[in-house]
Design a protein around this ligand. Sequence first.
Ligand code: NAP
Length: 262
Amino acid sequence: MSSSTNTALITGASFGIGLELARIFAREGYNLVLVARSADKLRQLASELEKAHGTRSLILAVDLTEPGAPAYVLDQTTRADIQVDVLVNNAGFGQYGLFAENDLEECLRQIQLNVTTLTHLTRLYLPAMIERAKVGTTTERKSGGILNVASTAAFQPGPLMAVYFATKAYVLHFSEALANELNGSGVTVTALEFHKRANATRVNLLKFGAMDARTVAEDGYRAFVAGKPVVISGVKNWLLAQSVRFSPRRLVTAIARKTQEQ
Ligand SMILES: NC(=O)c1ccc[n+]([C@@H]2O[C@H](COP(=O)([O-])OP(=O)(O)OC[C@H]3O[C@@H](n4cnc5c(N)ncnc54)[C@H](OP(=O)(O)O)[C@@H]3O)[C@@H](O)[C@H]2O)c1
C-alpha cells in the first residue's frame, strides 16, 4: 500500500470518535490503517472512505488488550510498506463500579488498552517520525504526530470509575510530557479531552453539552494540525476542567462521585 500520501493509523476506528476521526483524516487526504476488533465494521468504513475520497485502508482486526498486539500492528504496517505519519491512540474503555468489587481481569485489560498499548504503540512509531522530521520526508504535513484521545476524566479522581479516571490522567500527563520533549523536533503530540460517560459506548449523540462524536473529532483534528499539546472539546468541558483546578481536592472528588452515581 505504499504511496506518497500520508497515512494515519487509528485505533478504535470501528465506532464512535475513532470512526469520525477516520472520516476526517480520509477527507483531508490521508490513507488509513484502521485498527479494532470488529473486522466487518472496519471493512464497511474502508469501503465508504474509498468511494468518498479514494482512501486506501489497511484493516487490522486485532484485540489491543493482547500484550503482543502493538508489535503485531507494527509488523503488519512494515510488511505492507506503510509509513505511519500520524498515530491516533483512540481505543479505550471504562469499567464502572466499586474498585474492590470489579472484575479484576477486565480492570487489567482496561489498563492494558488505555495505558500500556497506547504507550507501546507510541514508542514503536515515534522514533521513525522523529527521523523523518529531521530529513523532511513526510509529505503535506512538515512532520508526523500523535493524537491521544484522553477525557476530562483526566483532570480529577473518579470514584466508581477509579481506574478509568487514573488511566486518562496518565494519557494527559504522558502526552504533555512528550509534547515538551518533542518541542522543535517537527513532531507534535496532542491530547484530546472531552466529557461523557465512558461506558455509554456505541452511541453517536454525546449528551453532555449536546456534543456529538463528529464535533469532538473535528476539535481534536484541528488542535492536532495546529500542534496544540492539549485540547478540551466544548465550552462546558473547558469550564469543568478549569473549575477543578481551583477547588479543594476532596470536594472535587466528592462531586465526581455524585456525578458518577447519577
Ligand atoms: N464516549 C465517551 O463519552 C468518552 C468520553 C471521554 C473519553 N472517551 C474516550 O474516547 C475514546 C473513544 O471512545 P468512544 O466513546 O468513541 O468509544 P466506543 O464507541 O466504545 O468505541 C471504542 C473503540 O475502541 C475499540 N476497542 C475497544 N476495545 C478494543 C480492543 N480490546 N481492541 C481493539 N479495539 C478496541 C472499539 O472497537 P471494537 O469493539 O470493534 O474492538 C471501538 O472502535 C476512548 O479512549 C474513550 O475512553 C470517551
